[in-house]
Design a protein around this ligand. Structure first.
Ligand code: CMC
Length: 428
């Protein structure tokens, strides 16, 4: 097998090593390209750039494969739960029974927010977007944990991880209560991670919410399916911030910010709004599909398309099945589910979508489940963030532990004005 690539430019050639991943993917290592040929590479949007070596998650976008630490997502989502999956993603192996117990105990110890953080909610307008609150509050954790700025040992890392995974739920629940003008009351709740979160969200003084086991399981499943996705926009952001040796809290808060946009995690909110728009306007499915195809239209079918998946998104398949199950269990029928299914059917038989390999992604059906559970639409991306936290933590850890790590610092190709004087620039 060829283990080098020759790149020639202006009659200068360089031999670049070819790196081969565990699953056979090949990458040309161009680290010496500039020093040997004077050239850098250009890859707008990083569509063809490998930014790191990672052992966490494998995706084959052509075959629709997603694996965490080598285990297929379909198998994990059937057999595991969120905490076990989070542990696997972060530490690379399943916890023993004792390790799991200890980790859950550490999470329980760190479940509360310091009073000053609870008071901070009062500073946010009630109509603040929950993602704005979440990113601020996660960053605010840095103010309370100076001792975890530099994590040099496993014990401190485990504590920081327990703090983040535990407190992000309460921050989400308090964000919801604050937006509704309710007291920031926390009912710890029984059951697993998702059941406890639902109890924090929907319990009020004197009215304890106990999550239905199937409903809690559906949310847990969503968390598992969102737990990592290799070098997506938010995870690359976390690695970028981590590369400057910034602390775990501030790096994951940057991840939350990157996730918010509607081309990334914000798509789940955008999908629901799109489906509601179609329902309220009475627009036909054909007219919506036609709108996507109009030249000069920037309308996109939200929840469709993916940079990497060009066949199907395995997470979307699992979520679609779960959607029917949850609605059945709750005895609910949601007209938006039928609209979503009709849209999917129409798109998958339309040459515009077929030619561009556009399929439903993880965000297409997830909102229907969250809506059935009672989570408000503007909090959907917060649910994504809770699920993605293990992936961000694992990627921060991998960056932090890499002895060869360097600060992330891409180059650019300058296309601005050539040297000109201050006076000439003022003349315009
Ligand atoms: N609806 C209609 N057309 C689309 C869509 C869509 N959802 N997605 C891509 N296209 C078209 C796009 O207009 C372009 O057409 P043309 O070649 O004629 O210019 C072509 O498909 C390729 O699109 P692209 O923008 O170059 O693809 P990308 O890899 O840069 O973007 C994406 C990927 C996910 C941002 C994009 O598919 C999109 O905007 N989808 C809708 C938003 C969404 O659902 N995002 C969630 C992504 S999955 C979860 C996550 O990452 O958080």
């Amino acid at each position: 097998m060829q283990d080098k690539a020759i790149i020639t430019n202006d009659s200068k050639s360089t031999e670049c090593p070819v790196i081969i991943g565990t699953e056979g993917e090949k990458a040309i290592d161009i680290a010496k390209l500039r020093s040997q040929t004077g050239c850098i590479t250009f890859d707008d949007g990083y569509g063809n750039t490998g930014s790191c070596l990672s052992k966490i998650t494998f995706i084959d976008g052509d075959l629709g494969i997603l694996r965490y630490r080598g285990i297929d997502i379909a198998e994990l989502s059937e057999k595991s739960d969120f905490i076990e999956t989070a542990y696997l993603i972060i530490w690379g192996r399943f916890p023993t029974a004792d390790e799991r117990k200890a980790f859950e105990a550490q999470m329980a110890e760190n479940a509360k927010l310091p009073d000053s953080m609870t008071q901070q909610f009062e500073g946010f307008p009630k109509d603040a977007h929950p993602m704005a609150v979440l990113t601020s509050m996660i960053n605010a954790m840095s103010c309370h944990h100076h001792d975890l700025f530099e994590i040099k040992d496993e014990k401190s890392f485990a504590r920081a991880t327990a703090i983040l995974l535990s407190k992000i739920r309460l921050i989400a629940a308090y964000t919801y209560k604050h937006a509704n003008g309710d007291a920031l009351f926390c009912q710890q709740g029984e059951g697993g991670y998702a059941a406890q979160f639902l109890s924090m969200m929907f319990s009020w003084p004197g009215k304890r919410y106990v999550a239905d086991a199937d409903v809690a399981r559906a949310l847990d499943l969503l968390f598992i399916l969102h737990a990592d996705h290799e070098q997506n926009c938010s995870t690359s952001t976390v690695r970028m911030v981590a590369s400057s040796e910034a602390n775990l809290f501030t790096a994951t808060s940057a991840g939350v910010s990157a996730l918010w946009g509607k081309l990334h995690g914000g798509a789940n909110q955008a999908v629901l709004e799109m489906l509601e728009g179609i329902k309220n306007s009475g627009d036909s499915i054909e007219s919506v599909i036609a709108k996507c195809k109009q030249k000069d239209s920037d309308f996109r079918l939200m929840g469709f398309g993916h940079r990497v998946y060009k066949n199907f998104d395995p997470r979307a398949k699992i979520i679609k099945v779960a959607c029917d199950k949850v609605l059945d269990k709750l005895g609910k029928s949601d007209p938006l589910l039928q609209i979503a299914k009709d849209l999917e059917k129409a798109a998958l038989s339309d040459s515009y979508f077929v030619d561009r390999k556009l399929y439903p992604n993880v965000d297409f059906y997830s909102g229907i489940i969250m809506r059935a559970i009672g989570i408000p639409t503007n909090m959907f991306t917060v649910m994504f963030a809770i699920g993605r936290m293990p992936g961000w933590i694992a990627n921060w850890k991998e960056t932090n532990e890499n002895p060869k790590a360097r600060i992330y610092r891409p180059r650019q190709i300058y296309m601005g004005p050539k040297l000109r004087s201050y006076e000439d620039a003022k003349k315009g």
